[in-house]
Design a binder for this molecule. Sequence first.
Ligand SMILES: Cc1ncc(COP(=O)(O)O)c(C=O)c1O
Length: 458
Amino acid sequence: MPDLISYAQAGEQEFLRQIFVRDQMAEWSKDPLIMARADGVRYWDIHGREYLDALSGIYVVSVGHNNPRVIDAIRRQLESLHFSPPMHGTNPVAIQLANLLAELAPGDLSTVKFQCGGGEVIEGAIKLARQYHRLTGSPGKYKIISRYQSWHGSTLGALAASGLKSRKTVNEPLGPGFIHVFPPTCYRCPFDKRYPDCGITCAKLIGDTIEMEDPATVSAVLVEPIGHTGGIIDPPDEYLPMLREICDQHNVLLVFDEVITGVGRTGQLFAADTFGVLPDVLCTGKGLSGGYVPLSAMLVRRPIADAFWGPISENPGYVEGHTFEGNPISCATGIAVLREILERDLLANARALGERLRAGFADIARRHGCIGDIRGRGLLQGVEWVRDPATKQAFAAELNFGVRVGRRALKHGLLCRFDPNWLAFGPALTTTADELDQMLAILDRSVGEVLGELGDQR
Ligand SMILES: Cc1ncc(COP(=O)(O)O)c(C=O)c1O
């Protein structure tokens, strides 16, 4: 068997054809990033280059790389039970994690279904919403309303709910019954209005869409409390409470995709707490296992879950199952991650560092004059790049400004999320103030260098 790493170290691109990594494989293989090890908030690639991880991998490594408590929990679980038969029952750690989540989650989000990833948990929520309405006498309610620019996962149902044309069109036509609406992008309002005089048109239109589609056909509204793709779309305060009201009015389930925002990222355990809005279904993943093993979870409000409880003659229960759901290693990991967050009060750290991050972005905005908006909460924050903050004029598309900054930052050893028009940080909840300052310093330097290179072209 060829040693892929040594070929990659030697710059042999041909051997990278043995693995699908990114959308743009041919481009990626010219300068492939292959991580070899990690510790705390740092990665080292196969050439020994060090990177500060301002992205927790991809909003996953919530309690840092090489976390001793989590590693110890996994080791201990491996020695007692690594798999239990999912068709016949469950295992003690799955029950413990379900109980812990039910205790920590807001309101009566107290029935938990475990899955392995974000796409899977979103699929589960779509199916749960449809089956719930079927069980409660509204079998015609099947449509899902979600938002343009959203990302809910690569599996076909989650992809159909997603609103990113760049990732969807290659697989179209996708399943029917997925309706998209505009997200609350206040900085560039799709309706050319201004907050607060806008009356939160983006939320009202979700109610109108339900009416126009016929409420008897709509099962759920699915949103990320803070949209990620599209550039950290932080809704105005009224938006999520309005969605709650609209959903209640039409007997439509409100589903929060907290795959990114969950497990402490916004400074509370869930964004539902941060915004004070209780969804009917809350989907979380990524940071729940800290990235040590695959794990996601769907939390369902008790009155909704009750519909799935009944004699087999009348009620099939929730028809959804995966071989690796509730895996003991995954659940032991989830418990260790949650304990780490609670016992070290990492939520307080996320809030304090969130303020420091905002101040750091504001400082970069002042120094370089190329940031139009700073958005997000806690340790999920981003900036929108603009040529001129006074007019909100964007950089010319051909300059690819945000990608240049992101690539330059990577070259200087900083991993963050970048796009042509925006950039985001989502470091581990364990990050220290000093580490965050180092991340911001690399970003500041990268922005300065790219602007310097552009000169008058800007
Ligand atoms: C908000 C959101 N939901 C769902 C997903 C899908 O998660 P996964 O990649 O684990 O399937 C992602 C992935 O990035 C996401 O950002």
